[in-house]
Write a protein that binds this ligand. Structure first.
Ligand SMILES: Nc1ncnc2c1ncn2[C@@H]1O[C@H](COP(=O)(O)OP(=O)(O)OP(=O)(O)O)[C@@H](O)[C@H]1O
Length: 289
């Protein structure tokens, strides 16, 4: 199984933020969800993959080659949905499409018109007059209409109503049926991932926390619920993050087997949800700063 995106030792510093030493592979033929709290570095990472921001250090490979080689060819093979408007505001949907289409060697007008109808895109409306959700739909229609091998989307489901959100996730699942196509998308919503993601990349404060298969992820961690009297200093060290209430606590342990061995007779041990894994990891890292 080859990597459609390979990042090696990627670092980028801004005044108050740094992405640090990110190395990971995104598998070809799968849907990968990129998660992390606000400001974790998801958009920065996506922009680096897209060649819109240059890393200070590290290497990016797309389709097995350095991303700076064959940049034009790569753009042809990538469908990109940005979290910002990247189109000319004063053009109509129809005219903007006319501007974009010639940039792609495999532009498929029939497919575009199919999505235009499916997404109820008004061809005569100016981009600036589209709602946020409509702009995302236009972006998606373009991204899906040029035979891209890789879709990279920055929070495509934010700003979408729940009905279309679900339809979009179904559409992406269908898109991936062709095993050569791959999708990477960032999101804040773990239910998006529960529905369709095969792999999950979690970044927090500019660092990679994990890149794991969704199915195996929840088996690695353990959620423990018990009385506060169990929490002495040594025990606290076992936890990635802890939330304490008046009488009890809930905490996440990264080693399920070890956690169960220790707590099976004294506390409630459960399989955590993805949201709980995120919550306690972020909480734990805040406690350690
Ligand atoms: N050009 C820049 N100059 C300075 N700081 C920047 C720049 N671009 C991004 N940052 C900072 O990098 C950090 C990470 O931002 P980024 O947009 O990558 O996060 P994110 O995970 O996508 O967040 P969100 O979920 O809120 O969209 C933020 O603190 C942001 O202010």
């Amino acid at each position: 199984m080859s990597d459609v995106i390979k990042l090696q030792g990627l670092s980028k510093s801004y005044d108050r933020f740094a992405l640090r030493d990110i190395s990971l592979g995104i598998k070809e033929g799968y849907i990968t969800g990129l998660i992390g709290p606000n400001g974790a570095g998801k958009t920065s990472l996506i922009k680096m993959i897209m060649g819109m921001v240059y890393p200070d250090q590290g290497d990016i490979q797309l389709f097995g080659k350095n991303h700076l080689q064959q940049q034009a060819a790569n753009k042809d093979r990538i469908g990109y949905v940005s979290d910002e408007n990247i189109y000319y505001e004063h053009l109509t949907v129809k005219d903007m499409k006319r501007v974009i289409a010639p940039f792609y060697t495999r532009w498929d007008e029939k497919t575009y018109l199919k999505y235009q109808e499916k997404f109820k895109l008004p061809p005569g409306k100016k981009i600036k007059d589209l709602s946020k959700g409509m702009k995302i739909k236009f972006s998606l229609a373009v991204a899906l209409s040029h035979g891209a091998d890789l879709l990279i989307m920055d929070e495509p489901t934010s700003g979408l109503d729940p009905i279309f959100r679900r339809e979009l996730l179904e559409l992406l699942s269908e898109h991936i049926q062709d095993e050569k196509k791959s999708i990477v998308f960032s999101t804040h919503n773990t239910s998006d991932l529960d529905r369709i993601a095969d792999y999950i990349v979690f970044i927090n404060e500019g660092r990679l926390v994990f890149n794991e298969m969704r199915e195996t992820l929840t088996e690695k961690y353990l959620l423990v619920k018990g009385g506060r009297e169990l929490l002495d200093r040594d025990v606290r060290h076992m936890f990635i993050g802890i939330r304490e209430t008046g009488v009890g606590f809930e905490g996440l342990i990264g080693n399920r087997v070890e956690g169960e061995r220790y707590f099976k007779d004294t506390a409630i041990c459960e399989m955590p949800t993805l949201e709980e894994i995120m919550y306690f990891t972020v909480k734990g890292s805040e406690a350690h700063v």
